[in-house]
Write a protein that binds this ligand. Structure first.
Ligand code: ADP
Ligand code: MG
Length: 698
């Protein structure tokens, strides 16, 4: 048995009771688990302070001196023990409210102690409550250098497994390693990055002699964690390319060229062209494409999707475009049908509200290949929807779909069709590298020319009149306005009330017949929603009062004002999405964030960030810092983001390094067969085995 697999029960200092607790409370079953229970911070005990230099702001510090007197004060529950502790510069009080008898019997008077804790100023003097006490023995690990602090739980504390108790166990374990740990990185990497050996890293992470040793150990362990993950993701990508045959779109033909040369209403942006080339390079090969297209709202992803679908059409294949909402699907259908009206290409739409009769015809036309492009919602996923030869699947706003849903589209042909997933929610590179590390990623980082930045203002309720006047001015200029209310599941009823009250208030300020106001919310019937939406799209209504149902995709270029009510309740990416609904025409557009008077610090950061920048990637970086990766992505993703020591925000440099090194390695030795990579290959095998269920698709 490998030493790291030794059951924790065998470690000196771990009896059956403690073993049980370690397993239950910390999921530490083996030596290896204990070794990887890293300290979460360190206390610097390398410096000894003096009582004279204490200030009310002193952090936890260490003093050296002797106790000259004990004193007990108070009765029963209020009883406390006070020790008068003296060094060469003064006297302070050490205070205990608990374990009084234990301290009295264990701690000696007139003996040198190192005392550690946070001094508090009290009536002109200082005291330290429940200090850590150490006799000054030689080689006492707790009296030198950086002391590790471990996560422990109350249950563990009760059985002596405090942070310090765990430290003692680790201390017993480290000598047993005895350089028995195999190296997991290649000699080349270790040298190139100047990393300590694996055994040394574990020693230094638990018992660093100094800050330098600690930093090197952290660097290695973080690198290693990122490196194997990136290696795994990149290998998944390579394997998939080898394993899944796809459909080759060998030639660009009439459909593509005619559209591109004759009907394309504008020049593509540089970014659109670049991304199209990336897609073209993928789909011309008989290997399945799995590509994530990131592009800020309004960057023109729809057109890229359409041109990609034309590549399929030209090679005799069908393609489909799936959107998360009916409104959006309809809009795509209308846009694309208009684009293609002069060409002999059949476009159809399928949503939940497609009538049974139409559905039957549609199914038939799909099966016999009459339909070239199918646009729709989740309805596309149904088993009854059978294609003749589906070869490209485009998924808009992919984060709105689950993995299982997306996977259904894979099964709609003999080989899996090419997949292009699109998202307008920019994700920081560090995050996408991890989360989508097994996909190819394209980025549209350029907006079509002539767009004006949306001017963003942050107002409170007290500016209501001002906001209404501003709305009047804009309506006079024949612009349209969105007013959005939050919709949060836990308080759906309350939100509905807010929305309807808001709607009534708006109608009062903007009465018929001079003004027309639409309202759209999640509890309306789809056809009513559609009707209201259409009135707004057609410019019949001046104002659209809505919940976040309009968040994704909707395109009304004449709308120039986005008012977001209770803006502090929205997340950053949602605010950014909503703002993206305006600024789509050539007019100056505005976004007004209306918040209450009391906003949390985080809320303020969010709103201020929106005021400061229009750049989705910048916004997503802030979002990542505020929320952390797990929350930011809505759900904790299948373990991809569970790091023991690394942090994709703090350690993003190491992450880039690791990705790059993993990439270089696989380019040179894709199957990890070279002798020099034997360490890596040996460590990777069990790593991959534990993650077999991971092969996330699209
Ligand atoms: P998104 O990436 O948010 O899906 P859309 O595809 O809806 O963006 O495009 C937003 C708007 O920009 C549309 O009105 C579209 O016609 C227009 N557009 C797209 N590409 C260009 C371009 N290269 N030049 C000018 N306008 C463009
Ligand atoms: Mg879009």
């Amino acid at each position: 048995m490998h030493i790291l697999d030794t059951p924790i029960d065998y470690l000196k200092g771990v009896g059956p009771l403690r073993a049980d607790l370690l397993k239950k409370e910390l999921r530490i079953f083996t030596y290896g688990d204990l070794l990887m229970h890293y300290p979460f911070r360190y206390i610097d005990k390398s410096k000894i302070h003096t009582i004279a230099e204490l200030t009310p702001d002193s952090p936890s510090i260490q003093l050296k001196g002797q106790i000259i007197k004990f004193e007990e004060k108070g009765q029963k529950r209020a009883k406390r023990l006070i020790a008068h502790f003296k060094d060469d510069t003064g006297i302070i009080e050490l205070v205990w409210f608990k374990a009084i008898r234990w301290v009295r019997s264990g701690v000696k008077l007139h003996t040198d102690y190192l005392v550690f804790g946070k001094p508090t100023a009290f009536k002109g003097a200082f005291n330290i409550v429940h200090p850590e006490m150490d006799m000054q023995e030689e080689n006492n690990q707790f009296t030198q250098g950086l002391q590790p602090v471990y996560n422990a739980t109350e249950m563990l504390n009760a059985k002596g497994l405090t942070s310090r108790g765990i430290g003692k166990l680790t201390k017993a374990l480290l000598p047993l390693l005895n350089n028995q740990l195999e190296e997991t990185l290649s000699a080349t990497l270790i040298e190139k990055l100047n990393l300590p050996t694996r055994t040394q890293s574990f020693i230094d992470i638990h018992q660093p002699n100094d800050a330098k040793a600690l930093v090197r150990a952290q660097k290695r362990l973080k690198f290693e964690e990122f490196f194997f993950l990136q290696l795994h993701l990149l290998k998944l990508k390579l394997t998939r390319k080898k394993k899944f045959k796809g459909y080759a779109f060998e030639n660009l033909g009439e459909g593509f060229h005619e559209f591109y040369n004759k009907h394309l209403p504008f020049e593509l942006t540089g970014a659109q062209k670049r991304v199209l080339k990336e897609i073209r390079n993928d789909v011309r090969n008989p290997q399945q494409m799995n590509r994530l297209l990131q592009g800020d709202v309004g960057s023109g992803k729809t057109l890229v999707a359409l041109l990609s679908m034309l590549m399929a059409v030209d090679n005799g294949f069908q393609s489909c475009l799936m959107a998360p909402t009916e409104i959006l699907a309809r809009q795509h259908f209308e846009t694309i049908s208009t684009y293609l009206q002069k060409q002999d290409i059949k476009v159809a739409i399928l949503t939940g509200s497609t009538k049974t009769k139409d559905r039957r015809i549609l199914h038939e036309q799909l099966e016999n290949g009459e339909i070239d492009l199918l646009i729709g919602t989740h309805a596309l996923l149904e088993d009854k929807v059978v294609f003749q030869n589906l070869a490209l699947v485009v998924i808009d706003e992919q984060h709105r779909f689950g993995v299982a849903q997306r996977a259904k589209l894979w099964k709609k042909n003999k080989f899996p069709p090419h997949v292009l997933v699109m998202t307008a929610t920019p994700i920081p590179r560090t995050l996408s590298m991890t989360l989508y590390g097994d996909l190819d990623v394209s980025i549209i980082d350029e907006l079509p020319p002539g767009r004006k930045e949306v001017k963003t203002m942050w107002k409170t309720d007290s500016s209501r009149l001002q906001i209404i006047n501003f709305m009047r001015e804009q309506i006079k200029l024949e612009r349209q306005i969105y007013i959005v209310f939050p919709l949060i599941e836990e308080s759906e009823k309350l939100d509905y009330k807010n929305l309807m009250e808001g709607f009534t208030a708006v109608e009062r300020e903007f009465p018929l017949p001079e003004f027309q106001v639409s309202v759209v919310h999640g509890q309306m019937k789809p056809e009513d929603k559609q009707y209201e939406m259409k009135r707004f799209v057609d410019g019949v209504t001046n104002i659209m009062v809505a919940t976040t149902v309009i968040e994704v995709g909707v395109n009304v270029p004449n709308a120039s004002v986005m008012i977001i009510e209770s803006a502090e309740r929205f997340g950053l990416s949602q605010l950014h999405q909503l703002r993206g609904r305006v600024g789509r025409g050539s007019e100056q557009s505005y976004c007004v964030l209306v918040s209450g008077n009391k906003v949390s610090v985080e809320g303020k950061t969010r709103l201020q960030t929106m005021v400061d920048t229009n750049d989705g990637f910048q916004i997503s970086e802030v979002d990542l810092k505020l929320r952390g990766p797990g929350d930011m992505m809505g759900t904790k993703q299948s373990g991809v983001l569970d790091f023991k020591i690394a942090d994709i925000v703090i350690d993003n440099k190491i992450l880039h390094f690791a990705r790059n090194e993993a990439d270089l390695l696989l380019q040179d030795d894709g199957d990890l067969e070279k002798a020099e990579n034997i360490n890596i290959a040996r460590a990777y095998r069990p790593y991959a085995r534990e993650r077999t269920g991971w092969s996330r698709i699209s």
